[in-house]
Design a protein around this ligand. Structure first.
Ligand code: ADP
Length: 601
């Protein structure tokens, strides 16, 4: 499978086509200094652009170039790096209008990134019409951060007003690195406590406890945390207001100071590039030495803190340009961490040369309790892999129909005998409107159901008549009426409570028949064959189109040639899940029905 990965920034574009089988990049496009002085390379050859100096136009030009370079090779999906997914996305998603709107809304939180990411999506859709586009969010992996790690200790009203919290970034890399470490060590990451140090131009560290990010050093913006190429990382917030007063800075100037004039570049006064700084430090430059010391001190501090948060550590990982290539920095960071079980084998550390073929190196002493690894990160490949997963899922789901979901309000099914009492002998129900199941209808006629505690008036009768009376209510109704109704499959009313019914012409108390309907799926035998299920099977149904993705477990399958595909839930379930009638679900798993009469399904 070929996947195009688009990483579109406000001044640069990286767009690669990857072959997922060989995990190799087959087309590589880099564009820099956008939009005013575009320098574009495709497969390392410069391409001349003489069009309008406007980001959107340049993107279309670049993507068209990739399209013609592809020849008859077909890409199957496009993965986009999107920096901010806010609280909406904890996973990569297939992009539709709703996702685009969310990315746009989140521009407020990532004004330097999300607008360009969104433009990349729009232009990719224009150039490669009909291909699935997937958004892979930098923030997604950190959605598992517990509240105590997410929150800044500031006024809760302000937090709410502006969604101020720690979102974390570099998530795609941290996740990829953690999984790669697990494969390398032949251990399930669900059993490991890991710290991943992504040390590039931007740098962040992440505590990954049993496969979930539980702390990370970047916060609401990528400024917080480690010392970076040009970003300060952690700083006393008081310094900013101090400088704004002293230097008469605008907010913009303060932001520029923190993002572009600080970090290694600010401290060294030389460069944002660690290679230059290491070189100068070895030649005796004091500022370069200070820059390195502050950089490594801060990281060592984080490693200690994160080990404390997880109550121990199993794997420490270095990645990113500095983490992958600098034995010197790795050594400095780990020097005094033997008390945590971190001990490097200096020969292995020094001789490590990572490459695509040799992307992981175990640099720990063989007696060290903690495995320390240097791993080559590959965000483009990570995005391509995530995109492939979503595209494959989509293709799978596309072959199997989605299941429409309907919400049943409380209603009754009645026998000939009961209708005779409530509406008069021989009375025929009249149709108010047909129901989705063939031949069934909601009648104009209603009844009052009277429980020990309360009553409901105008409860609709559903036709046609049945052989047993049945009153279907929700759990909430149960408490309102003061009746203890079991969860049952429709038609299975033996041993259920009775209730008083009042109609236009009379009243009666049925001996049994009040149930809370077991959520179920009606299907025709041809649907059952397609889904690979049988009557009475129990399945789970995922509702992923909903704002709050959720899974309904314990859904019973009912197969009949009179049925049309539809899942029925009651009003309580619909409300709790914020589902509206007309939404759709995906059938997930099947297990055998053990007992039909279970109450607590
Ligand atoms: P980005 O965050 O832009 O993707 P990279 O992951 O490419 O950045 O990392 C860039 C950083 O890695 C630079 O500071 C660079 O100096 C540093 N780096 C690359 N190679 C080495 C090396 N051999 N020794 C020390 N630092 C290195």
């Amino acid at each position: 499978m070929y996947i195009l990965v688009v990483n579109c920034g406000s001044s640069s574009l990286k767009a690669d086509v990857l072959d997922l089988q060989s995990k190799k990049t087959i087309i590589e496009l880099d564009a820099e200094r956008l939009p005013l002085q575009p320098i574009i390379h495709i497969n390392n050859e410069e391409v001349v652009y003489d069009g309008k100096l406007e980001l959107g136009e340049i993107l279309v030009f670049c993507l068209d170039k990739i399209k013609s370079e592809l020849g008859d090779k077909k890409i199957e999906g496009i993965g986009h790096r999107v920096v901010h997914g806010g609280d909406y996305y904890s996973q990569p998603v297939l992009i539709d209008e709703k996702v685009e709107n969310a990315i746009e809304e989140l521009c407020a939180l990532a004004p330097l990134h999300n607008p360009a990411n969104l433009l990349g999506i729009q232009k990719a859709k224009q150039v490669f019409a009909d291909l699935p586009n997937v958004a892979v969010f930098d923030t997604a992996f950190h959605q598992t951060l517990p509240n105590r790690a997410k929150q800044y200790a500031i006024d809760k009203e302000i937090i709410k007003k502006y969604n101020i919290k720690r979102y974390g970034f570099h998530g795609t890399s941290h996740k990829y690195i953690a999984e790669r470490a697990g494969t390398f060590l032949k251990q399930d990451i669900k059993h490991l406590r890991m710290i991943s140090c992504h040390l590039g131009n931007g740098a962040s560290v992440c505590a990954i406890e049993f496969g979930r990010s539980i702390e990370t050093s970047m916060g609401m913006t990528p400024v917080e945390g480690l010392v970076m190429g040009t970003r300060s990382g952690d700083i006393d917030a008081g310094i900013i207001s101090f400088l704004q007063t002293k230097e008469n800075w605008t907010a913009q100037q303060a932001e520029d100071f923190l993002n572009n004039k600080s970090g290694l570049a600010g401290l060294s006064g030389l460069s944002n590039d660690m290679r230059d700084i290491l070189q100068k430090a070895s030649e005796g430059d004091e500022n370069a030495r200070t820059a390195i010391q502050v950089f490594t001190h801060r990281l060592t501090k984080y490693i200690g803190a994160y080990t404390a948060l997880m109550g121990g550590l199993d794997v420490l990982i270095f990645t990113g340009g500095i983490g992958e290539n600098s034995a010197n920095i790795r050594n400095r960071v780990c020097q005094r961490l033997d008390f945590l079980g971190i001990l490097l084998d200096e020969d292995k550390n020094k001789s490590t040369q990572l490459s695509n073929e040799n992307d992981v190196s175990n640099i720990s002493d063989e007696n060290a309790r903690v495995k320390t690894l240097a791993i080559k990160t590959d965000e483009q490949l990570a995005i391509a892999i995530e995109t492939q997963k979503i595209v494959e899922e989509k293709n799978k789901v596309n072959c199997i129909p989605k299941i429409p979901i309907a919400i049943s309000a409380r209603h009754v099914h009645l026998t000939r005998e009961t209708i005779d009492i409530l509406y008069g002998k021989g009375y025929e129900l009249t149709s108010y409107k047909p129901l989705s199941q063939p031949g069934q209808f909601a009648a104009n006629e209603t009844v009052t159901i009277v429980g020990p505690r309360n009553k409901y008036e105008n409860v609709r009768i559903l036709g046609p008549l049945r052989s047993k009376d049945q009153v279907e209510i929700s759990k909430t109704d149960e408490f309102f009426l003061g009746i203890d109704a079991p969860v049952r499959e429709s038609g299975n009313v033996a041993g259920t409570p009775g209730i008083k019914l009042i109609g236009k012409n009379g009243e009666t108390t049925i001996k049994e028949g009040v149930i809370v309907a077991w959520r179920h799926i009606h299907m025709h035998p041809t649907d059952a064959e397609l889904f690979g299920v049988k009557d009475q099977d129990i399945v789970s149904v995922d509702v992923d189109d909903n704002e709050r993705p959720l899974t309904f477990k314990n859904v019973i399958i009912r197969v009949s040639d009179k049925f049309k595909l539809e899942m029925h839930i009651d009003t309580d379930e619909g409300n709790a899940a914020e589902i509206k009638s007309g939404e759709q679900g995906t059938l997930m798993t099947t297990t055998k029905l053990v007992s039909l009469n279970t109450k607590n399904v």
